[in-house]
Design a binder for this molecule. Structure first.
Ligand code: SAM
Length: 248
């Protein structure tokens, strides 16, 4: 079970998404818990100020006090095992989220996420409070709420029992280092387009071979960079050579 703790100034953003579908069911089954905290509740003045002007010029930035107060409060009241801390700042400057980073984050029992707004957060938060900085891509969003939802979704899918068939998770793109093979459903003939014969054959061994080869083919053409870090069999290498020679 993983507890996700989200620090935000826009708590309402989360309600709809997390009540639906697989993530909603995962909470019902007690596999994950999602807690949201309004950062303003941890501000130190009567106006509940969480942001201020940037020294040296610029617009607004989250002040350090509410963030430190909120994280320390969650750690004191909600987190029993404080040994392995995971305090994530969502930021475009962070490590780009991928399958391996999601797996690493999924090893924590409590995950605190800081959703920035405005120009982000005071640098002292980055230096002295957070343990991980995560980006969801090389572009800048208006806030960290969507990135935190992406992160929760990705990490939750890795928890056994969250997705009905764990096999489908382990066959997904990136789980084995490759892009997933093409998939089809009924009808076997749609307009003039037929599902590959082998998939209708019932021959499980041939189907597995086809899936592996088509997965290699997609990866070869779309994400050749992935092939450098995946374990390939003799048979895989032969197939890739054929792709290189355009024989397949
Ligand atoms: N001034 C910041 C910079 O250049 O790095 C960008 C601030 S952005 C407008 C406001 C907040 O949105 C950030 O603090 C972060 O929490 C979130 N954010 C924006 N883009 C993101 C991304 N690609 N990945 C993760 N978080 C992002």
């Amino acid at each position: 079970m993983i507890n996700f703790h989200i620090l935000t100034i826009f708590k309402n953003i989360f309600s709809e998404y997390f009540f639906e579908g697989i993530i909603g069911k995962a909470q019902d089954k007690g596999l994950i818990n999602i807690y949201t905290y309004d950062l303003r509740d941890y501000a130190e003045d009567k106006h509940k100020t969480v942001d201020d002007y940037i020294f040296g010029g610029g617009s607004m930035l989250f002040k350090p006090e509410p963030l430190f107060n909120a994280v320390e409060n969650i750690q004191k009241n909600k987190i029993l095992n404080n040994n392995k801390k995971c305090i994530i700042l969502l930021t475009p400057q962070g490590q780009q989220l991928n399958h391996n980073l999601a797996k690493e984050i999924a090893s924590f029992k409590d995950i605190i996420m800081i959703c920035g707004r405005y120009e982000g957060v005071d640098e002292r938060v980055r230096e002295n409070l957070v343990t991980h900085e995560v980006s969801i891509g090389d572009y800048v969003l208006t806030g960290g709420e969507l990135p935190s939802m992406v992160l929760i979704d990705v990490v939750s899918r890795l928890i056994p029992g969250v997705v009905g068939s764990q096999d489908s998770v382990s066959e997904d793109s990136f789980a084995r280092g490759l892009i997933e093979h093409p998939q089809y459903t009924r009808p076997s003939m749609f307009r003039n387009w037929k599902v590959p014969e082998v998939l209708l054959s019932g021959n499980h061994k041939e189907i597995l071979k086809w899936r592996r080869q088509e997965s290699l083919r997609k990866t070869f053409y779309r994400r050749p960079d992935l092939l450098d870090s995946v374990k390939l069999s003799e048979e895989d290498l032969l197939f890739i050579n054929k792709l290189k020679l355009k024989e397949e």
